[in-house]
Design a protein around this ligand. Structure first.
Ligand code: AMP
Length: 550
């Protein structure tokens, strides 16, 4: 880390470290009655306030201290979105220990690898994951205690898990007199491993400072625009880059929080949205697919839901149009990554766009958006030379900022920065107004005769066809062009669609040489732990596919 020179004249403001505990302490004091509502894995709805949450988080922090947890120790969670998980967010990090949120959808071997790599001391888990933990516990060498996130009445009667504790009893045993400790804001606060499609996952280790700054910046109007008048339901899991920071940005804004637990199907989500008056939400496109289909198929409408953030993978324009035009839900398209805490850009309009016709505004909203203050970005060619912001030239995207990683946990992957910039692995254009459009992951880009074809553009066209439910475009080897695009499509149930008709649908919408060479129909697409389509799996599956043009 660089050392910066200090001016002989120091500022005279209070030197108060930016600590995660200050967020929940603020919410408890200034928005004490704002509610946190959770659907529990036990099946019922639980409700309490920020005041209750902060008190229980302090009791938890005290209990952790009695279990021998010290500053910097890692404490893991395998849990859905819920109030107990939120207490862990604050109780663990607030005490100076490091919260390690694990994605339960990973393969058990990968989870054991991550637990051992992080050297987790305690593992808290929702009862849903009891069978998985029973299998994994023997391989998790560093874990001394397991804690089931439930009350005594729901504790498993027989289990092979050693030293299993009950969460409610643990919190009950903690002292209410516990006071949040103060320490250096650059201390580690939480740890999140990348989804890692190739090789082992790598850890992004966030600090208190980076988390608080990210929470401030992401709540701003040009980003997620969270206010005390909102009711926020994060569908994005608390194990996917800290639910995009919402468990921090929502309490600092004083908004009511609604957690959906494990029930992420369209019906359960819709009912919770309506019952609790949800105004704002956030999630990956695959989640919205389920919710939108449920609402349209049952001819329903949202009565309070007005705005959602969609990110994690590209939001198909057809999905955006349905949300805005048919369901009256504004869409904020956002881009980021685990290594960026995660928010980098969010797409909201500038004043000058408001004078433009609706179609022109929509074209802006389809992009991944504008950098938020705190993030700088640039695009470069293969030799690292910076490329123009003309909205057409695409290049490798690099970022920097106080909530971007400087390296991975325990030095994995060695030196990752290039001249102080983090290479995102994404390919993008930036327009003269500073709006970013992701054309591809560099690993997914299709290299046809030395030129790049962006798979996202092709998927967006396919998804606009009324008979297409899901589409993914991948590179397939070609004897003449090196690679050509192959479209893998899931049809909408009950709808007919022929290969020729779908290919004809591309005409006039993209350059002729971009049109996919072939279409294959599948029953479903492989989806990874964070809800993204796994193109590496598709490439493996269709490596031998013989294109008609080959
Ligand atoms: P993760 O760290 O798992 O959140 O993955 C980060 C990656 O997801 C980014 O580097 C992008 O490739 C992709 N991604 C995230 N948001 C978007 C978006 N709005 N559009 C396209 N790709 C996205």
């Amino acid at each position: 880390m660089p050392e910066y020179p200090m001016s002989p004249l120091a500022g005279q403001m209070m030197d108060q470290p930016l600590l995660i505990s200050s967020i929940i302490a603020f919410a408890a004091r200034h928005y004490g009655d704002s509610e946190i509502v959770s659907r529990r894995v036990e099946g019922d709805i639980h409700r309490y306030t920020y005041r209750d949450c902060e008190r229980r988080a302090r009791k938890l922090a005290d209990a952790l201290e009695h279990l021998g947890i010290r500053m910097g120790d890692r404490v893991a969670t395998l849990a859905w979105n819920g109030y107990r998980h939120m207490e862990l967010y604050y109780g663990v990090s607030g005490s100076g220990a490091v919260l390690h949120t694990i994605n339960p959808r990973l393969h058990p071997e990968q989870i054991a690898y991550i637990v051992n790599h992080a050297e987790d001391q305690i593992l808290f888990f929702d009862l849903t994951f009891l069978p998985a933990i029973e299998i994994m516990a023997r391989s998790c060498k560093t874990v001394k205690r397991y804690v089931a996130l439930c009350g005594r009445e729901h504790m498993p009667r027989e289990t092979s898990i050693p030293a299993l504790l009950c969460y409610e009893e643990l919190v009950e045993g903690g002292s209410e007199d516990y006071a949040w400790p103060e320490f250096d804001e650059r201390s580690a606060a939480s740890l999140c491993y990348t989804s890692g499609t190739t090789g082992n996952p790598k850890g992004a280790l966030y600090s208190h400072r980076s988390t608080v700054l990210h929470a401030y910046a992401s709540a701003m109007p040009n980003a997620l625009n969270v206010s005390a008048a909102d009711v926020v339901l994060p569908v994005v899991p608390m194990f996917h880059v800290n639910a995009w920071g919402l468990p921090y940005s929502v309490p600092l804004s004083g908004a009511k929080m609604v957690y959906p637990g494990a029930a992420l199907d369209g019906k359960s989500l819709y009912e919770l949205f309506e019952q609790e008056g949800v105004s704002f939400s956030a999630g990956v496109p695959t989640v919205w697919l389920g919710l939108i289909n449920y609402v349209l198929e049952n001819d329903l409408r949202f009565s309070t839901f007005r705005r959602t953030v969609i990110g994690g993978s590209s939001c198909p324009p057809a999905m955006m149009d349905t949300l805005i035009d048919r369901l009256r839900v504004q869409v904020v398209h956002a881009w980021g990554m685990t290594e960026m805490s995660p928010l980098g850009t969010a797409c909201t309009l500038m004043g000058k766009h408001l004078q433009q016709p609706p179609e022109a505004q929509r074209a802006v909203l389809r992009k991944q958006g504008h950098a938020i203050y705190g993030v700088d970005m640039k695009i470069v060619d293969d030799d690292g030379a910076e490329l123009p912001w003309d909205g057409a030239t695409s290049g490798h995207l690099l970022v920097k900022g106080p909530w971007v990683v400087s390296g991975y946990f325990r030095g994995e992957g060695g030196e990752v920065l290039q001249d102080g910039w983090f290479p995102t692995g994404d390919v993008a254009t930036i327009d003269p107004d500073g709006y970013l459009a992701i054309t591809d992951r560099s690993k997914d880009v299709i290299k046809s005769g030395g030129e790049w074809i962006g798979s996202i553009d092709l998927e967006n066209v396919a998804m606009a066809h009324p008979a297409v439910l899901q589409a993914a475009c991948i590179a397939v080897p070609h004897p003449k062009w090196a690679e050509r695009p192959l479209l893998v499509v899931v049809r909408r149930p009950g709808m007919e669609l022929r290969r020729e008709d779908l290919l004809a649908f591309f005409e006039g919408k993209v350059a002729k040489w971009w049109i996919p060479d072939d279409v294959v129909f599948a029953d479903s697409l492989p989806v990874g732990g964070t809800g993204k389509i796994q193109k590496n799996k598709l490439r493996e599956a269709y490596q031998q596919h013989r294109l008609p043009s080959a």
